[in-house]
Design a protein around this ligand. Structure first.
Ligand code: PHE
Length: 445
């Protein structure tokens, strides 16, 4: 049997956009931007996306399409018996670990969606969403139940394969996401705090440019949001036929992902600034406590806004989780010679189990079980975000920049003899590795 294939190029691009657009663009982007001062962060983040993110994304596309296998297999095919396969191993490890806690946070999202649908979330009193959220994540059944439910849907989609599962679901999800997002942004911009929200997002406080932590946050966010360094994009592009043009695909993914994050900012910050007692810098709880407070103060429309918002976040998370699972599934299919259905159920089951300690670590029974002083979920998050992802990205940039025969890499990308091709290679050789090495060093210190 031949390798599975995407039905169309558009299907592949939608799936790659689906992978990129996720909790990262809404939950993570909004709290990181909120914590790091808004506009200054946004500017540096966009620079990181184009200087480091785009070249590395294109590198991942080239590796996968050339390798025609899962991440580890692809490295081994292009550079047999070389240490570059470390990039693949890191990819499988990080996507697996990230999915374990991604499913937990997505579970919280589904819980909120459900609570808005039943009216329970709408009925919480003003100022009490902190307790509402705290009580939920501190439970021992709730967080696991919603995590398992979410993971079951993820497994259910990957089970049907590239064309009938992943491509089809993204063809439905992505347009839906765009419509809801634009509708919510339009509404948010009519609120009283719109001008303040826009200023927060677009008028930089120049002092923030001197703060190194803003750069760190920006590059970390760039990797996470583009799904880089964990093999997802390599795996997806391995299902492409030879003719597809990669640079335009990479450009499209980057532009959509960035637009999506900015528009999500247009939904969130005007709303946050409309109600004076709330702060944009509330951290990871921003969308779970601050926003529900906002919805609460909106009066009648609040519940509707809440339903649409959490539905939006849920599908964004779903399409990303699918790509995370596919990395390990495609690896298991080759490595153990399993068929897709078996691989999906086994791998999906194990990731879900590994996520359970995370689900119980945020106030629940495993709160005191810490690793280097961090709760389980935070430990896994930090380990992958701070070390695995940048390291994986570094290996990929160095591999395509220095390890892989230059003319072959350019041919695979379709950039032979072009100025763009030379720029790309030099970005991978120098700019991206320096940028990534810098964060790694600071993270290790
Ligand atoms: N890019 C996704 C997001 O922004 C997260 C993700 C990372 C998905 C890695 C797949 C692979 O939420």
């Amino acid at each position: 049997m031949g390798r599975e294939r995407w039905g169309t190029k558009a299907g592949f691009i939608l799936a790659a956009v689906g992978s990129a657009v996720g909790l990262g663009n809404i939950w993570r982007f909004s709290y990181v931007a909120g914590d790091s001062g808004g506009a200054a962060f946004l500017l540096i983040y966009i620079l990181c996306i184009f200087l480091v993110g785009l070249p590395v994304l294109l590198a991942e596309f080239s590796i996968g399409r050339r390798g025609q296998q899962d991440v580890i297999g692809s490295f081994n095919t292009i550079a047999p018996q070389k240490p570059w396969v470390l990039g693949g191993i890191l990819g499988v490890a990080s996507s697996f670990l990230i999915l374990s806690f991604y499913g937990v946070i997505a579970g919280w999202v589904i819980f909120f969606l459900y609570s808005y649908l039943t009216g329970a979330a709408g009925a919480v009193g003003a100022g009490e969403y902190g307790d509402f959220f705290g009580e939920f994540i501190g439970g021992s059944v709730g967080p696991v139940f919603w995590q398992v439910l979410f993971m079951t849907v993820v497994v259910g989609i990957v089970f049907f394969g590239i064309k009938k599962g992943i491509e089809l679901s993204n063809k439905i999800f992505m347009p839906l996401l765009a419509v809801i997002l634009i509708f919510l942004a339009g509404y948010s911009l009519t609120l009283d705090g719109a001008a303040d929200g826009l200023a927060f997002l677009f008028q930089p406080d120049w002092g923030a440019f001197g703060d190194p932590s803003v750069y760190l946050a920006a590059i970390g966010q760039a990797f996470f949001t583009l799904s880089l360094g964990m093999g997802a994009m390599i795996t997806y592009s391995s299902y492409l036929p030879k003719e597809t043009r990669l640079p335009s695909a990479a450009g499209t993914v980057v532009v959509f992902d960035t637009l999506f994050a900015i528009i999500a900012g247009l939904v969130i910050f005007p709303a946050v600034f409309t109600f004076a007692n709330l702060e944009p810098s509330d951290g990871p709880a921003l969308i779970f406590i601050t926003l529900p407070e906002v919805f609460n103060q909106m009066g009648g429309g609040g519940t509707m806004f809440g339903i649409l918002f959490f539905f939006l976040v849920a599908i964004a998370a779903l399409s990303s989780a699918i790509s995370l699972l596919e990395v390990s599934v495609s690896y298991a299919m080759r490595k153990f010679n399993w068929n897709r259905k078996l691989a999906t159920v086994v791998v999906g089951g194990i990731v879900t189990l590994v996520g359970i300690p995370s689900a119980l670590s945020q106030g629940g029974p495993l709160t005191d079980f810490t690793i280097f002083g961090h709760a389980f979920l935070d430990a896994v998050d930090l380990l992958t975000d701070r070390y695995f992802l940048p390291l994986g990205g570094l290996v990929i940039a160095l591999f395509v920049g220095w390890g892989w025969n230059k003319s072959e890499a350019l041919r695979e990308t379709g950039l032979t003899d072009s100025v763009l091709g030379s720029i790309w290679i030099w970005f991978l050789r120098i700019v991206a590795p320096l940028g990534i090495a810098l964060i790694l060093i600071i993270n290790f210190l």
